[in-house]
Design a protein around this ligand. Structure first.
Ligand SMILES: Nc1ncnc2c1ncn2[C@@H]1O[C@H](COP(=O)(O)OP(=O)(O)OP(=O)(O)O)[C@@H](O)[C@H]1O
Ligand SMILES: [Mg+2]
Length: 462
């Protein structure tokens, strides 16, 4: 059987993808922040350099003399990957020293207030500081203004950000893996009750149909255990029905088969053809009884098996069904000289199963013919009463005593009025069919003697 992968794998994948996304977003943010931090730190160094250049500038003999402090440049050039550029101009923009083509800022900076900016220089983006401040010479009481630009290639800042990024990504990846490992371990532990239940189910013996216990299991498993128990209960019911059917069938067949055997033995010894014919007729009757008994048993077993399942129903006219049954039974009633009449058959529409309805009416007609006897009167009628469809089967036979009216619905129960062969299943079938239609069967007296059976069907259609 093909399963849809393990839960562990599904969970890993569904955790890994979002974690990866988080990692990427975090990496981008980390790089961005690291770069900002690097800018803040390195800009300060740039400022120190620019400041020391500006502070080291003197006026000598009326001329500006830029004294490049070694320290400021060394500290910047200490790292091999950084290149430092500088440029000092006087107030009129005359170049004093440094890189003549170093790009100035867009706006002229205010005194002492440094301006930081990025600009393209020698094929790369460099970071620059522009500082403008006056230079005083107390001795000659002169003041001049200088503008200092110091630029620095960005490799160091980017390397710093990259370094931070790699460190963070490693840490995050490790944490992510740890989270997945923890989740998987928790899952393994969480699934333990399910494994225990599976082991319990597979260890069951075939004939052990006891319900599975619910206490001691996590509540999430309760629906599964409940469904399992429902299934087991269904199995138990089905097995019981089957067992009962086999026992009943054996019981039903035992007597007719014994009778048949006796008849065959007698027939074998019969010297006359007429006598043999007589035996054969008895054998046919036994066979007919046996086959009717088995048919009844099969019908009831089939009905009981279907109990609980949705019954396939259609819109039916009860009057139509009664007429059809009367037609089918006409040869039998004619033979038995039974007066079968349709009395007050009015159209009544309801939801029902046509085959089962025929079986029900057939059983009631069969009973009336059997127990009211030849020459009796049998009336079929329909009515709609209080939102229910009603079927009425009335005979003028011996009726059923009030004390027996419950008992006759039991399987294999034959009443005191029973005559001839019968299995005692007819009314059980009638009650089962009515029950599956949510209907009910009521036995009553016929005025002047006899049995009146009324079947009520609740699913009346207008
Ligand atoms: N119309 C009736 N008049 C008098 N007694 C009846 C009538 N219908 C049923 N009974 C009594 O009720 C009993 C049970 O009837 P039911 O139809 O269940 O079984 P059965 O007719 O004996 O056997 P089966 O119908 O299975 O061949 C009968 O044995 C009979 O005594
Ligand atoms: Mg019967």
């Amino acid at each position: 059987m093909k399963t849809r992968g393990t839960l562990r794998w599904q969970l890993t994948v569904s955790l890994l993808l979002p974690l990866l996304l988080v990692l990427v977003v975090d990496a981008v943010l980390t790089y961005h922040h690291s770069l900002q931090a690097a800018h803040a730190a390195f800009d300060r160094t740039l400022f120190t350099s620019a400041k020391s250049i500006a502070d080291g500038t003197r006026i000598r003999h009326g001329k500006l003399n830029v004294d490049l402090p070694n320290l400021s440049l060394e500290s910047l050039e200490g790292a091999a990957s950084v290149r430092v550029f500088y440029r000092v101009d006087d107030a009129s923009g005359r170049h004093l020293t440094g890189y003549r083509d170093l790009p100035p800022p867009d706006a002229v900076p205010v005194f002492y207030r440094p301006v930081y900016y990025d600009a393209a220089y020698q094929g790369e983006t460099i970071r620059l500081i522009a500082l403008r401040q006056p230079v005083h010479d107390v001795a000659s009481a002169q003041t001049r203004v200088i503008s200092v630009l110091v630029g620095e290639s960005g490799e160091m800042r980017r390397a710093f950000a990259r370094h931070m990024l790699v460190k963070t990504v490693w840490r995050q990846a490790l944490l992510g893996l740890l989270v997945i490992a923890i989740v998987l371990a928790a899952l393994h532990r969480g699934l333990q009750p399910l494994r225990a239940l599976s082991a319990e189910v597979s260890a069951r013996r075939e004939d052990d149909l006891a319900p599975f216990r619910t206490p001691g299991r996590p509540s999430e498993l309760a629906p599964l255990v409940r469904a399992l128990n429902q299934y087991v209960a269904r199995l138990r019911r089905m097995l019981a029905t089957h067992r009962r059917f086999f026992a009943d069938a054996a019981h039903q067949l035992k007597t007719p088969l014994a009778v048949l055997r006796a008849q065959v033995e007698l027939a074998e010894r019969e010297p006359e053809l007429a006598g043999m014919r007589q035996r054969l007729t008895t054998m046919r009757c036994s066979l007919e009884d046996a086959s009717r008994g088995v048919a009844q048993l099969l019908a009831l077993a089939r009905l009981e098996n279907e109990r609980g399942n949705a019954l396939p129903v259609v819109a039916l006219d009860l009057a139509e069904a009664v007429r059809q049954c009367a037609l089918e039974w006409a040869p039998v009633t004619h033979r038995r000289r039974v007066d079968l009449a349709l009395q007050d058959v009015v159209p009544v529409r309801f939801l029902g199963n046509p085959q089962l309805l025929q079986e029900l009416i057939g059983n009631l007609i069969d009973n009336a013919i059997r127990y009211a006897g030849s020459g009796c009167t049998l009336a079929l009628g329909t009515a709609s009463l209080g939102g229910q469809a009603v079927l009425i089967v009335r005979d003028n036979g011996p009726g059923i005593p009030a004390s027996e009216r419950e008992l006759v619905f039991q399987r294999f129960h034959r009443g005191s009025t029973a005559r001839g062969e019968g299995s005692g299943l007819g009314l059980a079938i009638v009650a089962e069919i009515a029950g599956q239609h949510q209907g009910r069967v009521v036995l009553g007296d016929t005025l002047g003697g006899g049995l009146t059976v009324r079947v009520y069907w609740p699913r009346l259609l207008s």
